[in-house]
Design a protein around this ligand. Sequence first.
Ligand code: ZN
Length: 278
Amino acid sequence: MTKPCIITVAITGSVPRKENNPAVPITVAEQVESTHAAFEAGASIAHVHVRNDDQTPTSNPERFAQLLEGLRKHCPGLIVQFSTGGRSGKGSERGGMLHLGCDMASLSTGSCNFPTIIYENHPTLIRELADLMRQHHVKPEIECFDISMLYQAFRMADEGILEKPLHVQFVMGVKNAMPVVRQAFDFFVNEVERIAPETTWVAAGIGKDQLTVNRWCLERGGHCRTGLEDNIRWDETRLAKSNAELVGRVAALCANYDRHPASFAEARALLGLPPFTL
Ligand code: ZN
């Protein structure tokens, strides 16, 4: 039996579609359709942001509720992960949808620079979002935009603010933050394995190195993230046609590393989430 790989699809993000790829799903209907195809192609987690009709990112709980309802209906069993990222709202607003019943949510445990903004996560806000997640039984995915954020997460787990075992993601390739460097990736994985080997982990390659990071994760026994939020291209010559196309590529790659795409049931068990029931 090969080892399962949880494939996360990050379907939308918060960068305007008109400037990149028309396949990025924006409306709730487009998001549900795109996620459904990605789910069929092998994704078991959908990482989601929501947008206003004019494409601007929002943290409006009503929009999140509509999307969650559509995903529960059309993708039963799928793990739904809400983004609490900083482009869609200010401060506490970013956690205003955590009561809706999502399975997971992203949580950054530090601040850094993004291409054109400061990604600001004040210690008080991190604590507040973590408390909300615990209160609503939402499992955090710790977003580490640099290595220090990993240590902050382990400290918070030791203090009981985050529940163990953690699920952590190393995000590489964001301009002005952590570049895609193999030695840094290996250091991150080695530290996870040294400090808390029960931790589940994944890495995301933002931009042109998405597939490279997918391969590294498969090789080192981690999970994978793909999708149009992180990368809109298939290769240097053309845009990706859909989220499903990108998921299909990772799913196909699994076999080269004695891995298989985790079913939603396997993914739920690996992450310690409750099994799916109708
Ligand atoms: Zn995101």
